[in-house]
Design a protein around this ligand. Structure first.
Ligand code: FAD
Length: 473
């Protein structure tokens, strides 16, 4: 009897069994399924923390696949060549995958689709990374949305696909193709001594993500709206780390949030609105891919941002600007791989407005340090704060980090949790920064706090002058 030809499922940022349309279709086809992850130049180009975190996610996902009789095949190289080889070696007649929307991946995927089809192989992509495909949401004039609020109104009552159950088992091929080993790829190499410090803060894999979602819905979502901005509170879902590697689907979050809303939880609508910010970011990345690397708005290319090669930028990265809440946030990111949303806005505002450094410098540093790095949310977030992006606050609205800290960290708990130099007996969260950061930085918890790099009033006035000048020119 001849073997039914397998389907190759190309695994990317969708490291989950539940609610995975590409996997669901492959399993439902009744054919053997070969899951493959490809370490290509795009993976190679990831920042230190996201590449390391992706490796940890792959390790966990491979274990989950084994539990249902499958394997995760690992291959390194150009995606077109790897997939062509694999098709030849396995006799597969189809390659299926979940869609991604940022420009570099879109470009690669188009080339892959074309090459496979030229080869006579069926190439098909599936949804799953978003709630709504970016081309399905349109204004009354058939255009894409450029402002968040009407986007939210357009999507809030749309039907979201039902949540798909995880398969109990996957039909294996007669023989498994050869695979690399994860250890050979050294995905954590660039993390150096930071890995041991960040690791305990991670929630890796589908089971951890689901448990976190359940806990959030059961006990936290009710107060999400009032508490989410407070820097020392664990009041948010914390699921961005899992969403970015696809360890949980946005569909799962949406249905859980809707259910909580229907059950009368007042914070649930606000949670759904935040989730839709992620959708909006991808909507923009798809329709205006330049948002990932160039000013989204016309008129910002002449703005006199610095290029960031300076000692001042190093001090921003080290959490040594002398502005406590900014420094606490930068160290929180270094130690946990994450940063509170409001803190992201504050550090981005200080860099691009008070320091007048280009948002791309900050975007790149976040792409190195965040375990929840997401190409769309990061680009939109930086440009939103800088003023060059969609829906941006008017240029004259410049966050005052001290006022923000008084409001959202009134007892200094957040600042003391992350800055060792502020206490005589600092907590482990604060001292662990010195274990994680490069020795070459020569920092010690006994250092005295530096004076502000840029005084808040001076920085604000300088930024306002620059914005006014740019506007007039
Ligand atoms: P929750 O408050 O629980 O929200 C649920 C989900 O909604 C999040 O997991 C996230 O997917 C989405 N979400 C919430 N707020 C936003 C937002 N403002 N923009 C887009 N999506 C949102 N988010 C990332 O996932 N990766 C990034 O690289 C990233 N970089 C950012 C850079 C800057 C300068 C700024 C201002 C924001 C950035 N964000 C980024 C958005 C936001 O800070 C994080 O999504 C949020 O802090 C994640 O925490 P959470 O999962 O607890 O969110």
């Amino acid at each position: 009897m001849t073997q039914i030809s397998p389907v190759i499922w190309w695994v990317r940022r969708d490291l989950r069994l539940a609610d995975n349309p590409a996997l669901h279709a492959a399993v439902s086809s009744g054919r053997p399924v070969i899951a493959v992850f490809i370490y290509d130049s795009l993976v190679e180009g990831l920042g230190a923390a996201p590449r390391w975190r992706l490796g940890l996610g792959l390790e966990e996902f491979a274990r989950n696949l084994e539990r249902i009789g499958a394997r995760l095949i690992l291959r390194k190289g150009d995606a077109v060549e790897v997939l062509r080889d694999l098709v030849r070696q396995t006799g597969a007649s189809a390659v299926w995958w979940g869609r991604q929307y940022d420009p570099t991946q879109v470009e690669r995927d188009k080339a892959v689709k074309q090459a496979l089809r030229d080869n006579g192989t069926e190439a098909r992509s599936f949804p799953g990374h978003l709630l709504f495909e970016p081309w399905q949401v349109q204004t009354g004039q058939g255009k894409f949305y450029q402002v968040y609020s009407p986007f939210w109104r357009a999507v809030k009552d749309l039907d979201v696909a039902p949540h798909l159950a995880a398969p109990d088992q996957i039909h294996p091929p007669e023989t498994w193709p050869a695979s690399d080993t994860l250890a050979d790829w050294g995905m954590g190499r660039a993390m150096n001594r930071g890995a041991a410090v960040v690791l305990p803060h991670l929630r890796i894999g589908e089971d951890a993500a689901r448990a976190r979602l359940d806990r959030f819905i059961a006990s936290t979502i009710a107060h999400y709206k009032e508490k989410r901005d407070f820097l020392d509170q664990d009041a948010c879902s914390g699921l961005s780390e899992n969403l970015t590697y696809g360890e949980i689907s946005p569909v799962a979050l949406w249905h859980a949030g809707r259910h909580a809303l229907d059950a009368g939880n007042p914070g649930a609508e606000h949670f759904l609105k935040e989730l839709v910010w992620r959708e909006f970011a991808y909507h923009l990345v798809f329709h205006t891919p330049h948002i990932t690397h160039s000013n989204w708005r016309d008129g910002w290319d002449r703005f006199p941002w610095g290029n960031g090669d300076s000692a001042d930028v190093l001090r921003w990265k080290q959490g040594r600007t002398g502005i406590d809440v900014v420094d606490a946030a930068m160290r929180e990111m270094y130690v946990t791989g994450r940063m509170h949303n409001r803190a992201r806005m504050l550090v981005a505002s200080y860099l691009t407005k008070h320091m007048l450094v280009h948002w791309r410098v900050g975007l790149d540093w976040f792409a190195q340090c965040l375990v929840d790095w997401d190409p769309a949310a990061n680009a939109m977030g930086w440009q939103w704060v800088a003023g060059s992006g969609p829906d941006a606050a008017p240029y004259f609205r410049i966050f005052n980090p001290d006022t923000q800290a008084q409001k959202f960290d009134s007892h200094q708990r957040y600042r003391k949790a992350w800055i060792a130099e502020l206490s005589r007996t600092p907590p482990p969260t604060a001292t662990s920064f010195f274990e994680a950061c490069p020795r070459a930085w020569g920092l010690s918890p006994n250092d005295t706090r530096p004076a502000p790099l840029v005084d808040l009033a001076t920085g604000r006035n300088r930024a306002l002058d620059a914005y006014q000048h740019n506007k007039n020119s």
